[in-house]
Write a protein that binds this ligand. Sequence first.
Ligand code: ZN
Ligand code: ZN
Length: 187
Amino acid sequence: MAKDRQSQGDRQHMTRSHIMTATCSCGGVELKAFGRPIVSAVCYCEDCQKGADQIESLPNAGAVRDPDGGTAYILYRKDRIECSKGAELLRSYKLKETSVTNRVVAACCNSAVFMNFDRGPHWVSAYRARFHGELPPLQLRICTKFKPDGVVLADDVPSYRGYPPGFIVKLLASRVAMLLGRYTGLV
Ligand SMILES: [Zn+2]
Ligand SMILES: [Zn+2]
């Protein structure tokens, strides 16, 4: 706990000063993300694969997935990421009309930019490939039971067949921090 307080100054500094930039491939759309991400992960779930298929089939779209079938994301609290340029170019795609999940594409060049939700979750999953500069290290691979047949995953970071508890804890902790931040302005 004491250690927590000691590092609070660092964290605040980090929160205010560290900005990551992401752009679509033509540069028409730009995102800015502030401070530490919640987590940096690759997902192999069926929805991410279908979502990648949907976007990759758009005219001139680039690859959304890595060659091993995984889609790499950097997750940010939704109050820490914003569209700083080209918001009018963003188009949302859903897997089904009733899906709450949106995969958001820059219409200028059909780059997948981020994934968000109509309601519920408090985070935005930005497509890792869109970021520039020194990226936060990849932490884990999730939902690997859906990986394409024959793919052998790299063992650089832990892989999980589903959603591991640590991943869920990170998401929940960030929600608590976000709520606390509303009251204290500290996080
Ligand atoms: Zn573009
Ligand atoms: Zn997924």
